[in-house]
Ligand binder design. Structure first.
Ligand code: IMP
Length: 175
């Protein structure tokens, strides 16, 4: 499979992906049986994972999608993450963040810090893919679809330069 100028090999097929998402859906439904959690999907990459996971929930739940944009704050040294499009109040809500992939973990750490200021009751992360070998942050990932090697992947919502999101299977960069 060639996308743009790079060659990719199949890595996870759609039935493996959907079986695993179904398991996570059951697990979350058990864990949140006494709550009505708010799922927050991070655009663009999480849209397929979010859709499939949401169909596999047997509890009442809400879903919303946000985009992240980061900028350097002149009065502090670090990057500040802005949540674009968050219309729901997350104050005292049980929130589950839906992400396509956690790589270094930097995005998630910044997102959690921003979200914490809004006073949620709880925040957990559900990520379809996780590259433990690339992680540089200390992060508690409660729901992980697949732990994968530190190699670039596309498909099932994940892109290479904007392309490949439409692939139903997940492909890994050929070495
Ligand atoms: P992190 O902040 O390093 O954890 O990066 C997370 C973001 O980087 C993800 O939400 C993706 O948008 C992007 N990313 C990291 N690894 C990959 C990959 O293998 N394929 C496609 N996108 C990736």
């Amino acid at each position: 499979m060639i996308i743009k100028d790079k060659e990719f090999d199949i890595y996870l097929n759609i039935s493996q992906i959907e079986d695993r998402i179904s398991e996570i859906g059951h697990q979350i439904s058990n864990d949140y049986s006494h709550s009505t959690p708010l799922f927050i999907g991070i655009l663009n990459g999480s849209f397929m994972f979010a859709s499939q996971l949401f169909k596999n929930l047997s509890i009442q739940a809400e879903i919303s999608f946000i985009k992240l944009s980061s900028y350097k704050n002149l009065t502090s040294s670090g990057e500040v993450t802005q949540l674009l499009g968050l219309n729901e109040t997350i104050f005292q809500r049980d929130v589950i963040i839906l992400e396509d992939i956690v790589d270094t973990g930097t995005t998630m750490v910044q997102l959690l810090a921003t979200m914490d200021e809004l006073g949620p009751k709880s925040v957990e992360i559900a990520t379809l893919l996780y590259k433990p070998g690339a992680m540089v942050e200390k992060l508690d990932l409660k729901y992980v679809g697949f732990e994968i090697p530190d190699r670039f992947v596309i498909g099932y919502g994940l892109d290479y330069d904007g392309l490949g999101r439409n692939l139903s299977d997940i492909y890994q960069l050929k070495l």
